[in-house]
Design a protein around this ligand. Structure first.
Ligand SMILES: Nc1ncnc2c1ncn2[C@@H]1O[C@H](COP(=O)(O)OP(=O)(O)OP(=O)(O)O)[C@@H](O)[C@H]1O
Length: 260
């Protein structure tokens, strides 16, 4: 485990092409020890530039979720370095980590993770309130985001009264609440039927067009087709990378039968 500090270290990474939104070097996570040890993430290097969408695909158990959890500060790495907007974030203290999760990373999970007792708009405004925005500003921003995901009319519904696709759209709106520089999505369509998958896919495309930086782990080739780059992962490591056109108008989008 790395040493921790409650301040985000100001260790910049200079790069001729500009500072990437996310830079990862030699990232590792192992579980257990001895014969039962699992190397879930085993030496990952990655740069994601501003406004880039990167998709990661790979077989079950290859370490995709663990990777996102490490990048989103939900789990601690066993080794390696991570910079978010040029700031070193691996090994930061709990307070700084919590702040980073609230304001710098938007997380979209396969199973939505909405607060069931809060309405859609209350779910979406929560991160902004936790980040210290005024109730009025947080509510205005939440209403705007729900409008963008096509759910303005359902703002006061509880999650239990929403379909899977609608829940994921609320979750996506919530992820954008604090305008994070990076959105991490873990199988965002994994629990959705194909109609709802297309709805969510459209939203990712539109986010991509608007310049949101995104890292998406997915089993769905249609989602991956919206990316600029597609990375294949096996046994905790990246084994292949393909540059796509980005957006479902790209070559792969055509292959999987999506129209724009
Ligand atoms: N908390 C944990 N303790 C022990 N082993 C773990 C833990 N979390 C994950 N693993 C192991 O790490 C490896 C990677 O798991 P991970 O969930 O990251 O894979 P994945 O590629 O996301 O799989 P899926 O596509 O099925 O969600 C697997 O072998 C898994 O069993």
């Amino acid at each position: 485990m790395n040493d921790t500090t409650d301040d985000i270290a100001d260790e910049s990474t200079d790069d001729a092409a500009g500072t990437p939104v996310l830079r990862v070097r030699g990232l590792r996570k192992q579980y257990g020890a001895g014969e039962g040890m699992v190397r879930a993430v085993d030496g990952v290097d990655l740069d994601i530039g501003a406004a880039e969408t990167v998709a990661v695909m790979g077989p079950s158990g290859c370490g995709k979720s663990t990777l996102l959890h490490l990048l989103g500060g939900l789990e601690r790495p066993s080794g390696g370095q991570v910079w978010l907007q040029g700031r070193r974030i691996d090994g930061i203290g709990e307070k700084a980590l919590a702040r980073m999760r609230r304001t710098d990373i938007g997380f979209v999970f396969q199973s939505f993770h909405l607060m069931e007792e809060l309405t859609a708009v209350e779910n979406v405004e929560l991160p902004a309130l936790l980040a210290g925005r005024s109730p009025r500003a947080a509510r205005e921003r939440a209403a705007q985001l729900l409008e963008q995901v096509g759910l303005a009319e359902r703002a006061h519904f509880l999650p239990s009264a929403l379909s899977g696709g609608q829940r994921q759209r609320v979750a996506l709106a919530r992820a954008l609440s604090n305008e994070p520089p990076l959105v991490l999505a873990d199988e965002p369509t994994g629990n959705l039927d194909s109609a709802a998958t297309v709805e969510v896919l459209r939203l990712f495309e539109s986010l991509h067009r608007r310049g949101q930086t995104l890292l998406i782990v997915t089993h769905d080739a249609r989602i991956a087709a919206t990316a600029d780059r597609l990375i294949s992962m096996r046994d905790g490591a990246f084994v292949d990378e393909t540059r796509l056109g980005g957006g479902s108008t790209g070559r792969l989008g055509a292959l999987v039968g999506l129209e724009d």
